[in-house]
Design a protein around this ligand. Structure first.
Ligand SMILES: NC(=O)c1ccc[n+]([C@@H]2O[C@H](COP(=O)([O-])OP(=O)(O)OC[C@H]3O[C@@H](n4cnc5c(N)ncnc54)[C@H](O)[C@@H]3O)[C@@H](O)[C@H]2O)c1
Length: 364
């Protein structure tokens, strides 16, 4: 463990509680200040934690104690807050997607480079034992050369449970930009970067109805595609078939499968840290589970921030900006392909993030 890193959080909504728990648990991170447009919400969110300042965004960014800004705002605000943090000389770690558009994300990364600060981004779930054990199996040659993968996320929509789901139905949201980061980050971890995409997409309804909280029953507009499918051609030659949907009642399809020359793997939900990896070799009957062999065990959201904070100078963090930029580029290109009807070449690339050895619970 290195030096303790002081964290300032901007955005204290639904996901913030999970981060606060992890930061509280990990000795290498310390929560010093939080900000939100709604200061009452921020106060309420940090009520269980002593000694955390509740301040304006400007005050948080001016606080010399803050080493890294954890940006938990809605996707449309990610770039604005990140650029302000970078201008204040802070490292910044964002929730996904990195920004609402590739243009905004590019501006963030260039500004960070110029300022000599670092950008990290969720999801960190892929650093857990689920995706990492599957990655080790692939790297160890268990299924031979990977040929193909499938990735399926099917839900009737987050407005059923999220009290303020507006951001899921505007640019930066939709099933692809919201859930795609988990799946595509896992696929890039497993199979490497993507070179071309071919997409198709649809939008079933113009409005959605909020299903919980004080706004229950309120209708919100839908301005993004809500069923997105496509093929990702990885630079390795492997082909992923992807379905991301807010229009399906349920599915029994595995979240991710990877098929190689010698066998197939079931990869657990990339929106979770753990889960069982299953393998079936060519000619074998059924599936056998693999023991946990890699990744942060018992992790929660925020372990990627700890990993980011402890990455030595000059090394790309695992949950790093260039990976998140590539994932966003793949998603935006998939939507562009869906609208033009033509394949889109991906101009960005990234290295597969460094693997994580099996690290017992609490480690980072
Ligand atoms: N809700 C989840 O289960 C979940 C899970 C994983 C990741 N995420 C991601 O986390 C991020 C936040 O999601 P959420 O569900 O917590 O959203 P939310 O709407 O519940 O909370 C966002 C908070 O950010 C604040 N905010 C927005 N713009 C701001 C600005 N310019 N300055 C200061 N504060 C601002 C809002 O007031 C709000 O309190 C999103 O990027 C989302 O994709 C959410």
């Amino acid at each position: 463990m290195g030096q303790q890193v002081n964290v300032g959080v901007v955005g204290c909504g639904a996901i913030s509680a999970q981060y606060f728990q992890t930061i509280d648990r990990l000795p290498q991170l310390r929560l010093v200040a939080v900000a939100d447009l709604d200061l009452d919400r921020a106060r309420e969110a940090v009520r269980p934690y002593a000694g955390v300042d509740v301040v304006s965004v400007a005050e948080l960014l001016a606080d010399p104690r803050v080493d890294v800004v954890l940006n938990l705002t809605v996707p449309a605000a990610h770039a604005e807050i990140a650029l302000q943090a970078i201008a204040a000389g802070k490292d910044v770690y964002c929730e996904k997607p990195l920004a609402a558009t590739v243009t905004d994300a590019g501006q963030m990364l260039r500004a960070a480079d110029a300022a000599g600060v670092r950008v990290g981004c969720a999801p960190d779930t892929v650093l857990g034992t689920g995706t990492q054990t599957a990655r080790k199996a692939i790297d160890d040659g268990l299924i031979g050369r990977p040929i193909a993968a499938t990735a399926t996320m099917m839900t009737p929509g987050h407005e059923r449970w999220h009290p303020n789901p507006d951001f899921y139905y505007v640019p930066g949201g939709g099933p692809l930009l919201d859930m795609g980061p988990y799946y595509i980050t896992s696929l890039v971890t497993l199979l490497g970067p993507v070179s071309t995409v071919i997409g198709a997409a649809s939008r079933t309804r113009a409005k959605r109805t909020i299903g919980s909280g004080p706004r229950r029953g309120e209708e919100i507009p839908v301005t993004v595609d809500t069923h997105v499918t496509g093929v990702l051609v990885h630079a390795s030659g492997a082909l992923t078939t992807l379905v991301m949907s807010f229009d399906g009642a349920a599915t029994k399809a595995p979240n991710i499968e990877v098929h190689g020359e010698k066998g197939s793997l079931v990869v657990p939900d990339p929106n979770r840290f753990d889960g069982s990896v299953l393998v079936s070799g060519v000619g074998e009957e059924g599936w056998r589970p693999l023991p946990e062999a890699a990744g942060y065990a018992g992790a929660g959201r925020g372990v990627g921030l700890a990993d980011f904070a402890s990455t030595p100078e000059g090394e790309e963090p695992r949950a790093g900006g260039s990976l998140a930029f590539h994932v966003l580029d793949v998603m935006e290109s998939l939507l562009a392909s869906a609208h033009s009807g033509a394949a889109v070449t991906i101009t960005s690339t990234c290295a597969r993030p460094r693997s994580v050895a099996l690290i017992p619970s609490e480690g980072a």
